[in-house]
Design a protein around this ligand. Sequence first.
Ligand SMILES: [Fe+2]
Length: 164
Amino acid sequence: MYHQISRLLRAACAYNGADPARNQHLIKVHNYARMIADGEHLDAHTQFVLEAAAVLHDIGIHEAERIHHSSAGQYQQMEGPAVARKILADFPFEQEDIDRICWLIAHHHVYKPIDGIDHQILLEADFLVNAFEEPYTEPQIQQFYETVAATKTGKELLRTHYSS
Ligand SMILES: [Fe+2]
């Protein structure tokens, strides 16, 4: 299965093109998602779907900019699933898994309600990377730590990275 994720990482980077910031973002978010999933002992299938969603979570950015002239989260979430379905058409994924990946893409900025461990981990992985890239302030990180972060591994990573 890891071979498919590795291939998907390359496909997402190829779709983004010469955009190192976005490509490095998706590679980092995927890696954090995998680290948290490993730490939380997810079953292999849930982890596989989560990893695919982490790779593709921001794939709607280019279409959001083209159609809405904005890379705001709400537009990325709106445009991401259609792009993801096109990329995933070249992969032997079950329809049900593609639907879940697209749901996760469409909800990766939704903090309430959190629907499932895959959603929870995707939010934590994206936040761990955005906290550095944006960057977020100490109070913003603290707030996420106290009100959104929930997994033991995600919270540990937040503490070790940002001393929350
Ligand atoms: Fe992201």
